[in-house]
Design a protein around this ligand. Sequence first.
Ligand code: CP3
Length: 333
Amino acid sequence: MTPIQETILNKKTTNTPIWLMRQAGRYLPEFRKIRELNPDFVSLCLNETLSSEITLQPLKRFSLDAAIIFSDILMVPHGLNQKVKFEKNFGPLLGELNIEQMSKIDEIDFVQKLYPIYKSLKKVSENSLIKDKNLIGFVGAPWTLLVYMINKHSPKKKLIKDFFKDVFLINRLLAIIEKFLKLHITHQIKNGATVIQIFDSWAGLLEEKDLPNYVYIPTLNLVNYIKSLNIPVICFPRGIKNYKSYCDIVKPDAINIDYDVDPINVYKSINIPIQGGLNPKVLLTDTENLKKETAKYLNIFKDHPYIFNLGHGVLPETNPNMVDYLVKMVKDY
Ligand code: CP3
């Protein structure tokens, strides 16, 4: 078993494994070099030679316990023929949503469009660098994809006023999203993903009363599906206030916490394996502070199954030496 499987499945509490969200990204000069020559982000995600190389870049530098496939949660709307562009200094921008056309999309066409992602997973899974480690596949949660597909760009702090205006459209879209996410998950697993993480980056935008319909039920359907395939599933409902209720209802194999969550509170109330928490901004400070903040999480979770990670992705301004320091510290703890 890999260290991550030991933690998630056997509830082991020693030798804390570590991987980082956005561990392959702009803070690495070797990534920026490829990125500069490939200005179109979607095409880069669909280039299996480059995307598999990028996925492995952080493993060449650091003793991480997992690779996460270099792709994006918005590759699913792309596969559903909604235009997806990434504008410099703005983030993602999506095109018109045509629900009539989308409801007619064939599963074979979707898989064909995203095929390079699956080939990339296959390539990474066959590389010796991933031996005895996990290859993490991922999807955006139905709610977060719904937000992007309707809002067309990142919502920042709140939803547009008439977001829920057309409930019929929302429900049709949710059904399509769920169907194709299952397909996307299946193909990632078939091609070598050994863990699936579900990113619900905009879960925190919802009021408590809307969580069952838009977060709990659609995510539970995916979690149960992934469990039926015998693959561990980690959920990251960023920004929600009540992680305990989420865990009780959705029952993922592990839960990633964000940096606004009080780790002591979570330690006391949640009994499933926990991942993450450290504020990525700590990596922008100095080694003294990094040491202190890292020790805080390691100490709180010393007798709880814990996978070290951040409370959100590595920031582009991060010095790779700080990541190196962090990984070594967790390994030597
Ligand atoms: O290393 C990894 O974590 C794997 C790859 C990965 C990317 N995106 C690559 C990426 C993963 C797991 C994601 C998930 C993702 N994408 C999420 C969920 C996690 C989160 O951040 O909340 C979301 C909301 C997206 C959508 C998205 N993609 C946004 C909002 C942006 C722009 C902001 C940014 O960080 O640049 C992206 C672009 C993106 N996805 C980049 C990378 C490496 C940057 C692209 C670049 O090089 O310019």
